[in-house]
Design a protein around this ligand. Structure first.
Ligand code: PFF
Length: 454
């Protein structure tokens, strides 16, 4: 997606395939490969997977359909779209637009970690990277995490500044299928290793004793993050969609694609944890701690590891470009500045929020805590577990009780298309989503603040 400014003429995706590919390109990123597996490992494996899948086919389906339909109906991005539908709800568009601005800086920190591992494998230091202390030493430094963050942020900013997203997207269309093949190949190798089967059982068999309110919150936040929901993105994508394209089947395709890649990444990393004897609760560093060990034991592991991290890098940079593009457009429209000035402002914002995040995982700022969390985890928590559920909640209440689901169902059924699951859509938007989000958010925030123990 290159531009969501309302002042310029809106191009259209050529058809369903164009739409699905573009939306899936934004959806598939670090969320699938880096974030999903470490959450699955941390929140009980199978039970997390089960909760995630249930949420994906209910809440994820309803919310993604709703956002795309709002965008298509109004032809506008989030801020303009809510304003056009009901002035009293303009604030939802603004709230949704804050989310990408919080995610982008720390997304570039993690992208920097991926870039670092490309360099590690390219310079033949992969054996050292397989050591227990390697990742911890890397992120507890100062110059290294900041340097690699700047490399990733700089590349993203250059692409956005010079408007060459199309070229990157073209390359990434080739990279994505390669990434899937690579993940499958590495997974097969890992599953043949001693100890891996324990991880497979942990990942696939739900164990209800691991179930907590925060499991649902974590799964819900991950769903929003991974499918680029509750942050205005899908509204923008919908605004470029032609009226004759079937929204329901497009949503199913994007969901299957996005969830499929996340599922595979989990099936690769969680068994790698048990096979390598690592700790399930390692958090954001999990992928970087276990995969080098796996590659180290493989014949040709240096080259395979290098190719793997290059492919992950592409998935990450297409997502960070789409995140930055969104924030740049919002700043440009809101503050009436040129694109270049807007790029510079967003770059500075990323520095201000990204540098503390880069230093918060063992670096010099790791002792600074906000509600018990380091900077990176705090930004992650605030966006995924607080702001996005709130945006999703208000969006559902708005559609359910003000705009009415019927309005969006009519939009979905234009040009002879059918909306088969409109019953499910209505029930989720009006009842299930609001009730669940309020309960889960309430319990989890109280738990995070230490008020209750669930
Ligand atoms: N959905 C992406 C991921 O899973 O990595 C993150 C993301 C990318 C969110 C682009 C928003 C966006 F515009």
């Amino acid at each position: 997606m290159t531009n969501n400014s309302t002042s310029e003429k809106r191009g259209n995706f050529t058809g369903k395939l164009g739409f699905v590919l573009a939306a899936a390109g934004s959806a598939v990123g670090l969320g699938n490969i880096w974030r999903f597996p470490y959450l699955a490992a941390e929140y009980g494996g199978g039970i997390f997977l089960l909760v995630y899948l249930i949420l994906a086919v209910t809440l994820g389906f309803a919310l993604m359909s709703a956002e795309i339909l709002i965008g298509r109906k109004t032809g506008l991005s989030a801020i303009g779209a809510f304003k056009k539908l009901d002035k009293r709800f303009s604030f939802v568009g603004i709230l949704a637009s804050i989310v990408p601005a919080i995610i982008l800086p720390y997304y570039c920190v993690i992208g920097g970690w991926v870039a670092k591992y490309i360099a590690v494998f390219a310079t033949g230091k992969s054996h050292a990277a397989a050591g227990d202390e390697y990742f911890g030493n890397f992120i507890s430094g100062t110059a290294q995490p900041i340097g690699w963050f700047l490399v990733f942020l700089g590349l993203t900013a250059l692409v956005v500044l010079f408007g060459v997203e199309k070229g990157v997207e073209r390359v990434s269309k080739v990279m994505m299928p390669l990434l899937v093949i690579m993940i499958i190949g590495v997974t097969v190798y890992i599953l043949c290793q001693p100890g891996a089967i324990e991880g497979v059982k942990y990942y696939l068999i739900p164990d209800f004793k691991h179930f907590k309110a925060t499991t649902i919150l974590a799964a819900m936040g991950q769903l929003f993050y991974s499918m680029s929901l509750a942050m205005g993105i899908m509204i923008t994508y919908g605004s470029y969609m032609k009226k004759d394209v079937n929204v329901e089947s497009s949503v199913h395709n994007i969901e299957i694609f996005d969830t499929g890649i996340a599922f595979l990444a989990g099936l690769m990393i969680v068994p790698a944890v048990t096979a390598s004897g690592a700790d399930m609760g390692k958090g954001p560093g999990l992928m970087f701690a276990v995969l080098p060990k796996v590659f180290d034991g493989m014949t040709g592991g240096v080259v395979i590891g290098l190719v793997f991290f290059v492919l992950v890098f592409f998935a990450a940079i297409t997502s960070s470009i789409s995140l930055m593009e969104t924030v740049v457009s919002i700043v440009k429209d809101k503050f009436k500045v040129s694109r270049t000035v807007s790029c510079i402002l967003v770059f500075v914002l990323c520095l201000v929020l990204g540098i503390p995040s880069a230093l918060s995982n063992g670096g010099i700022l790791s002792s600074v805590k906000i509600i018990g969390l380091g900077f990176l985890d705090f930004f992650d928590f605030i966006s995924n577990s607080v702001l996005m559920p709130i945006v999703a909640l208000i969006t559902c209440l708005f559609i359910g009780y003000f705009l009415k689901p019927k309005t969006l169902i009519e939009e979905a059924e234009l040009e002879g298309n059918k909306f088969k699951q409109k019953g499910l859509f209505t029930v989720v938007i009006k009842y299930i989503a609001p009730i669940c989000i309020v309960l889960i958010l309430g319990f989890s925030v109280l738990e995070a603040l230490g008020v209750i123990k669930v």
